[in-house]
Design a protein. Structure first.
Length: 348
């Protein structure tokens, strides 16, 4: 079950360069992305209208894509422009083209009604290409239902356990009660950990200060496109971070994590973890990104194992605990939005 009328991150811009054809399944639909010579990105259904050969095995010809089975050729709008041996292609040979917009170094794709594909609805992710922040755009694949990945993002209590030696570091994270706000299109979660004895393990070796820490994770998770956007950081304890005063040695981060469903049991994970200090230090950007990725691999191991158990036993009868507030709120909102969308589609 997916929300369809929204923009999903389909690829990083750098994944769609030159003559390459990028095959990627999104919401269970096979798509082929390619960069047009005239600029911009095309996204076509990765299935030829003739005998359903994948067009990702095809050949670029200018801005067109030729199926390399029997040679039908399609333009970037999905129109069949050539059928070998005929002046005009046979009827019903056109294929679906998806609306795409490139923004924030990402290729966004609209999987629903094309008439509603308004670029103004693309989620704001300005930290990705801001000159005041440094990050590395990254991708991972999860063999899990996107909702399990979202559950994980909506409940940071797991940092104390899954990430005890990486992103977490203390049981405080699980023990505090976050503030949860319902927004119009998602959820905001605010977590402060004041007076922690030391920085989290993933910051060891790149610390800008030592001693007790005031740490925060403040993030919003949108229903549309499953976009997680977080302001986080660590400051010397008692220097005013909770009141908005950041000490010069504070370590301030911004992270975007976007979970695009591949199908019911697999997910794409586009992410970046940006810092706004030592901007010219590429080694620092790389080290930070590698360490965060190490944390996400820990998530993936747990979530994929959880997915396997659920696949075998089903997911009814799960116990509900107080950590689950934000996760349940988000799931309820998502189910409602999907149901509304399906009702509208049925009525329309
Ligand atoms: S399957 Fe594509 S032209 Fe025949
Ligand atoms: Fe995690």
């Amino acid at each position: 079950m997916f929300l369809r009328n929204c923009w999903y991150a389909g690829a990083w811009s750098h994944e769609v360069e030159g003559e390459a054809l990028l095959a990627r399944k999104i919401l269970g639909e096979r798509i082929v992305f390619y960069r047009k010579q005239s600029g911009g990105v095309a996204a076509l259904t990765d299935r030829c209208s003739h005998r359903f050969a994948p067009l990702s095995l095809g050949r670029r010809e200018g801005d067109c894509l030729r199926c390399m089975y029997h040679g039908l050729m399609f333009d970037a709008g999905g129109v069949c422009v050539e059928e070998p041996g005929r002046k005009v292609p046979s009827p019903r040979t056109d294929i679906r083209a998806y609306p795409v917009v490139e923004r924030w170094k990402l290729v966004w794709i609209w999987m629903g009604d094309p008439a509603r594909a308004d670029p103004a609805l693309i989620p704001p992710c300005p930290y990705i290409d801001s000159p005041e922040w440094a990050c590395i755009p990254a991708y991972m694949h999860f063999k899990a239902d996107y909702r399990l990945v979202m559950d994980n993002l909506l409940d940071f209590s797991h940092l104390s356990f899954v990430h005890a030696n990486t992103l977490g570091g203390s049981n405080t994270i699980a023990e505090i009660r976050p503030k949860i706000d319902q927004l119009e299109g998602g959820v905001r979660i605010t977590r402060w950990y004041l007076g922690e004895p030391e920085l989290a393990p993933y910051l060891k070796g790149i610390e800008r200060f030592r001693g007790p820490v005031d740490r925060w994770n403040i993030y919003e998770v949108a229903l549309a496109g499953c976009v997680f956007e977080m302001d986080s950081g660590s400051a010397p304890a008692g220097t005013g971070a909770p009141d908005g005063r950041l000490a010069p040695e504070a370590m301030h981060f911004h992270s975007i994590q976007i979970v695009t469903p591949e199908d019911e049991r697999n997910s794409h994970y586009f992410w970046m973890y940006a810092h706004n200090f030592d901007l010219q230090n590429a080694a620092l950007t790389k080290m930070l990104s590698d360490r965060v990725e190490g944390g996400f691999v820990e998530d993936r191991t747990m979530i994929e194992a959880q997915q396997q158990v659920i696949a075998e036993t089903g997911d009814s009868g799960m116990a509900y605990i107080h950590f689950d507030n934000a996760m349940s709120l988000y799931r309820r909102m998502l189910s409602k939005a999907i149901a509304q969308e399906q009702e509208q589609a049925a009525a329309g």
